[in-house]
Design a protein around this ligand. Sequence first.
Ligand code: ATP
Length: 759
Amino acid sequence: MYLKSLTLNGFKSFAKKGELEFSTAITAIVGPNGSGKSNVAEAFRFVLGEQSIKSMRGKRGEDLIFNGSTSVSRANRASVTITLDNAPKNGNRIFPLDFDEITIERVVNRDGTNEYAINGSKTRLKDVQELLAVANIGPTGHHIISQGEADRILSASPRERREMIEDALGLKVYQFKKLESERKLKKTQENIVQVEALRREVVPHLKFLERQIKKFERSQALQAELQMVYAEYLKREDTYIAFHYDRLTLAKRVPEERRAELAHIFHDAQEKLKKSERNEARDELLQLEKNIREARERRQNMARKEGQLEGQIVFLERQIQEHTKKQEREDDTPIPRAELKKVFAHIETGSTSALQSGDVKSLSRVLTDVLKSFHMLLTHTFNRDEVSIGERLTEEHAVLCNDREVMVREIAHIEAEEAKLARVYEEMKKAIETEGEESRDAERKLFAIMQEQRDVEQTIDKLERELMVIERDRQEFKNELQEAVSLIGRKVGMYFEFEVVDELGVVPHERIVSEERSLQYNRKKELERMKIRLEELGMGSGEEVLKEYNEVKARDEFLVREITDLTESVQKLEALIQELTNDLNEQFVAGIEKIGTEFNRFFILMFGGGGAELLRVKPKVRAPKEEDVALEIDMQEETEVEEGIEIDVKLPNKKVHGLDMLSGGERALTSIALIFAMSQVNPPLFVILDETDAALDEANSRRYGDMISALAERSQLILITHNRETMGRAGVLYGVTMAGDGVSKLLSVKFDEAVTVAK
Ligand code: ATP
């Protein structure tokens, strides 16, 4: 006994609170027409979640609320509460709620809004439906047969019938589960689409970041490589420059010193040369030449004059001879003593002083005087006239001789002077010649010095050029070092300790410094190439990219996991749906089989023969219209599932078969048989039958009563009836009355009362 009670308050004609308790297997509700019995059946529908107002004989929710009467004012809300037993039986509760009793309340307000509550807690309709589905109380209401609705199951379409049967078979739980799963599946598929969309956004970014990372890794590798190449390059460069700088600086010192020396030597030599080149000597020489020339001219003049004197002297001497000859003839002429004494005195005076001086010149003059004096004495004419001519000639001759002597002496003097000048001239000329020789020597020396200077300069130049190259290299080395620091940071410093190694092992210092320079330039070119590659790869902070990459990667992985999880869910749900579909189909097929058997049994029982069967049919697929072609596949899929139920009956002793051939009563019996069959296979907690028995004659009423008794063993029955036979089967009877106030009232009645009330 699961159904415990039903409370109505403001529902339809039940203006006031009224309660029905269902303590027995069969409860009959009796009362006159229009008293509100069917409203009770509808109250069941209402509280169980019926959404069709029409099926409760209303147009709007408001129609379900007591509308007032002449004496009673209308209600604001209609409420119906059903109480179900949920105490564990054989350790199991029928409803999955930890309560021994479950009340479900539904309220409808005048504004048409509905409220649901389970055990006083507000809930949704869906929760109510799901809860009830567990107890096989579905919304199709197969267990609530309203008045005049007895053959609803017969008039329904095969598809509607299938739904009712599924409901009756308790497959609604599966249906709900399936629907829920399908809803979840849809949601999950939508999620997948969403997550995939998210991932589509993430993936290109990730790819981009991956490329960045690769770039960064390549950049890192390149940097490491660059570091090594740099180390070797810098080590070699440093070694080379240091060595050659020292070498050249040292090498330069010798020629530079020599240059300074040569400058001195050159200066001296130049001075010397300058001196030797002076023209003083030449001027002197010219002066000498002039002097010699003048002396010669003077001498020649003198010689000419002397020649003239000579001529005069010769002429005079001839005159003197002639005169003497004339005188000789006069030799016998005595010389006066006084004259002799005079001559003697003159000689004596002269010779005495000459002898005293001892001078040869003086002596020769004295001698000449003596000769002259005697000559005059001899030639002296004492004949006065004759004597004076002789004297005059001799005197004149003496003067001329004297002159000539002076001249000769003069000439001799000039000649001596000339000879002296010539000698000086010769000497000087010789000296000048000698000096010329010397200056040529000095010149040669100077040239040699200059040559050496040029050589030295060349050497210095060469060394300086080399040094300049080294200086330039050194500057470049400094620049390179700075650039290296900016490129690979402090690790550059490792070049200090770096050992240059080749296939032969550690490269010795000598080989580094004597290496062909082009090799180092090639290394530099390689460095430049690497730098360009590095620049192309970019030197951005890899850490940030890595961080972002890891984040995005994590996000992508998360999304991938999500997709995997969701896909798994989809698969699980699909499997579940498939399983549920299979279960449904299986149980449906099995259920139909059982219902069919029961149906046939009840039918034979009712009609005393004949037969009834349930046929599973696939509705005929209508010829697809053009616009439906695209949906064909869907439709086919639908039709496959959409298996309907067809009913075939055969009455005893009649040839015709099929529902259409039945009379009203036969139809009622057939539907009752089917309803009962359905209830037998999967008995609902309760069945409400509203005047299902109205069309039955007495004999059939009895059979109906028997079936009810059988049915009551499996389900609680609430029977709204006017039928005596039916009333007789009930344990509890409720009478519904309606007085002049238009309000339905409930009262418990005895069988006899009931019979009266029903009338
Ligand atoms: P019968 O035996 O003829 O089938 P019944 O006992 O089943 O009759 P119901 O159809 O349950 O009677 O009751 C109908 C009565 O309920 C009518 O009198 C109707 O006026 C009344 N009724 C229906 N809806 C309301 C409402 N909203 N407010 C007041 N009364 C209502």
